[in-house]
Write a protein that binds this ligand. Structure first.
Ligand SMILES: [Ca+2]
Ligand SMILES: [Ca+2]
Ligand SMILES: [Ca+2]
Ligand SMILES: [Ca+2]
Length: 780
């Protein structure tokens, strides 16, 4: 101690001497009168001392447990601070280290420069000297080197010093928040300060903040921040919601190495949140007066705790006693405003009250808008849905349609609700039996527009096909409109518009099961117009297996029909010829003499009786073996009677004496024959044999056509330069009958070339790969 005290005294003396010797007082001091004044330039000074973080002198110049700074003060000859001048600390490196490590610091506004002194290691101990040096320009313009030094004593701590993590709540200016209050609208931070055991800031370390009860959110939301050069990491604290209230603990965690061992540091601080006071003000509409169907932007100012909610999105709901908002839920924007659009559709003339409300707001904001009535200026036909309906006689199909009109103002906006519209049926529609579906009568009726200015009249078909027009008029005005594009169709299949076809008429079905034919029916009413979707078509077959029925669909071209499949299997008729009958409920053809698209007594009709499956295809019903009849004569609506039937028309054949002599319902029908062809052919019959070729007749073992797709090939030998040209056609097409194929040959152009004596050989190959050598012929 004595030694240290002596050292201190010596240093103090040295400093005083340096100060006096340097200037001897103020700059420009003069002495005595008469004697020419001697101007002694005042010299700048540099001093050094040891201080703590409160700038108090360190007793004993001892460096140990608490932070100690080496403080240099640089002044010019007049005692004024020399600012922003580089001073460099050095020395005693085995005992202490500097922060910054370079030991170089600029003087501040007070001419002061500091470096932090920390023990060089946990075992560093002893005395040493620290120097500080600066070079400045003195008043003569020559650089002057200044220096000062101070002796220090480092006391060993004997153990590693503990790093520290501290936590506080501060505002954006860095001032501590005394009550640790976190509220909406106030910007506050959790501030963690990380220092090592010697009290030096630890930069670039991760600090993780945690919310104890999730009452607060962090910005950044992860709550993870690196310390800055000052060892400081901050996160902004925001209440989890506008209504969050309560207290919780905020925790900061960091890990720092200490003597190569990671040390986990935790600091906590308790904070208080309170529900925000949200207020809505200045609720206004851009256009405070509207007609119904007009719209206007609206805006309301959102305040949180008395300040515009620029940084706090607030959910605002808009409602009104009429009309609507788009959107009805809005989040306030960065200007602290919630904006939406009010649409007055559905409002009556008068006042519309619009309301804005928000979570956390004690009161909602309201505003009144003036709604003026729109004036109807036009009546529009909107649609008829569907545009085709069917008579009550039609077994299938929709029987009623909705006809829609719209009352509009001069801007084309719908006028409603409450505008009265008279609707009536056209006289032709009434004559055809059309009624209003709700009243079941043809009486004119009054409809009232809805909020969109629309009225709907539902009309129901009668028993007669007709174009259907609905007339509408706005009550009290001369404004009228009529519907368009709506008709009542018969929807009844009729005999002369019933077609049955097959995609293949000759399949290799004699020897193979499962060969497929697609059977298609196209069916229309007596005007050739589609029949309703869903109309069932029935199929029966003499052989193989057929799908029992299909239901009419309307294809992409608007045509009505449907398809089934027939596959080869037993039963197989001995002659390979299979009769198929398709039929459906429909009506007999008639000649519409008066053009009303309706049968009237006295008009010519074609009476039809009971259908049957004409298995032997002789167009006559055979009793033995009995050919299958269709339909039960005892059912009156079947249209089957006991009268003699007229001569065949439209491909119709009846069981004898099953007509009823009156026009009406019947089974409209169609038949075709397909063949289950054999896989091998009979020997060919050759004809038209000449030097240009030969004609080949090809048929299966039942004298039917070979299977669809059977290939016909020929080869030629002999003659002189006689060659095969082609076989036309070289494939069996769609037919149940034998087919003819011309084998075309030709000779070369040289003298002596000839097809005479050439032998033509012909072969058939079915789709299943069965080959028949049809025969050979020598060209005479
Ligand atoms: Ca008629
Ligand atoms: Ca009849
Ligand atoms: Ca047959
Ligand atoms: Ca027959």
């Amino acid at each position: 101690m004595t030694q240290i005290f002596k050292l201190l005294v010596a240093l103090l003396v040295a400093a005083v001497v340096a100060a006096c010797g340097g200037g001897g007082g103020s700059a420009g001091t003069t002495t005595g009168g008469g004697t020419p004044p001697v101007v002694t330039p005042s010299l700048p000074t540099l001093t050094i001392s040891l201080v703590n973080s409160a700038d108090a002198a360190i007793v004993g110049n001892s460096i140990g447990g608490t932070p100690v700074f080496a403080k240099a003060v640089l002044k010019d000859g007049s005692g004024a601070a020399i600012v922003n001048k580089l001073v460099s600390f050095s020395g005693a490196s085995a005992l202490v280290k500097f922060t910054p490590a370079s030991g170089s610091v600029l003087t501040d506004a007070n001419g002061v420069a500091r470096v932090l002194l920390t023990p060089a290691s946990s075992t560093a101990a002893g005395a040493g000297t620290i120097s500080v040096a600066a070079t400045i320009d003195n008043s003569t313009g020559d650089p002057t080197a200044l220096s000062a030094s101070i002796d220090i004593q480092v006391t060993s701590t004997g153990a590693p010093l503990t790093p520290t993590l501290t936590l506080s709540i501060v505002d954006s200016a860095g001032a501590q928040i005394s009550n640790n209050s976190v509220t909406n609208g106030n910007v506050v931070f959790a501030k963690a300060v990380l220092k090592d055991g010697a009290g030096a800031a630890v930069p670039n370390k991760l600090v993780v903040f945690l919310s104890g009860s999730n009452l607060t959110k962090f910005q950044p939301s992860t709550g993870q921040v690196l310390t800055d050069a000052a060892g400081v990491a901050k996160v902004q604290l925001v209440p989890a919601s506008l209504t969050t209230a309560g207290a919780e603990t905020i925790t900061a965690n960091a890990t720092v190495p200490q003597a190569s061992t990671p040390v986990n540091l935790t600091a906590t601080i308790d904070i208080q949140t309170s529900a925000a006071n949200v207020t809505l003000t200045n609720f206004t509409a851009t256009q405070p007066t509207l007609t119904t169907f007009q719209s206007t932007p609206v805006s309301v100012d959102v305040n949180v705790n008395g300040a515009a909610a620029t940084g706090t999105p607030v959910q605002v709901s808009f409602t009104a006693n009429c009309g609507s908002f788009a959107p009805a839920q809005v989040t306030s924007n960065s200007a602290g405003k919630a904006v939406s659009t009010f649409q007055a559709t559905g409002c009556s003339a008068g006042t519309a009250t619009i309301t804005a409300s928000a979570t956390g707001a004690a009161a909602s904001a309201t505003a009144n808008l003036t709604i003026s009535a729109a004036t109807p200026t036009n009546l529009l036909f909107v649609k008829a849905d569907p545009t085709t309906i069917y008579t009550l006689q039609a077994a299938f199909g929709v029987k009623q349609a909705t006809v829609q009109f719209k009352v509009v103002d001069a801007s084309g906006n719908g006028v409603g609700p409450g505008t009265q519209v008279l609707v009536s049926l056209s006289t032709s529609a009434i004559a055809a039996g059309v009624t209003f579906a709700d009243t079941g009568t043809t009486a004119t009726k009054t409809l009232t527009t809805d909020v969109n200015g629309l009225v709907n009249a539902i009309v129901k078909a009668g028993s007669v096909p007709t174009p259907l027009s609905v007339n509408a008029a706005i009550v009290g005005t001369g404004i009228t409109a009529s519907s368009a594009n709506l008709s009542v169709n018969s929807g009844q299949p009729v005999q002369n518009f019933f077609s049955l076809s097959a995609d293949k008429y000759n399949i290799e079905g004699d020897a193979y099961d499962g060969e497929i034919i697609k059977l298609s029916v196209l069916v229309a009413d007596r005007l050739g117009q589609p029949v309703p979707a869903g109309t069932p078509i029935s199929f029966i077959t003499e052989g193989g297996q057929v799908t029992a029925s299909c239901f009419v669909t309307i294809d992409e071209n608007g045509k009505s029909g449907c398809s089934v499949s027939l596959v080869s299997q037993a039963f197989r008729p001995a002659d390979g010829r299979v009769t198929i009958l398709a039929y459906t409920e429909g009506e007999e053809p008639f000649e519409d003499a008066n053009g009303n698209n309706k049968y009237d007594p006295g008009e010519v009709f074609y009476d039809m009786g009971q259908p049957f499956l004409d298995s032997n295809w002789d167009f006559t019903w055979n009793a033995s073996p009995a050919e299958q009849k269709v339909g039960d004569p005892s059912i009156p609506s079947a249209g089957i009677g006991t009268s003699v039937c007229p001569a065949s028309k439209y491909g119709v054949f009846n069981v004898p004496s099953t007509c009823n002599g009156v026009w009406g319902a019947t089974r409209v029908r169609s038949s075709i024959v397909v063949t289950f062809s054999t896989s091998f052919a009979l020997p060919a019959v050759f004809s038209d044999i000449s030097t240009s070729g030969v004609t080949v007749k090809l048929q299966d073992f039942n004298n039917n056509g070979m299977p669809n797709g059977t290939k016909v090939d020929a080869t030629i030998s002999g003659g002189v330069n006689c060659t095969l040209q082609s076989v036309i056609p070289d494939t069996v097409q769609n037919t149940t009958a034998p087919t003819f194929h011309r084998v075309i040959i030709s000779k070369g152009n040289a003298a002596g070339d000839s097809c005479i004596g050439a032998e033509v050989s012909v072969k058939a190959t079915t789709p299943k790969g069965n080959q028949t050598l049809l025969g050979k012929v020598v060209i005479p």
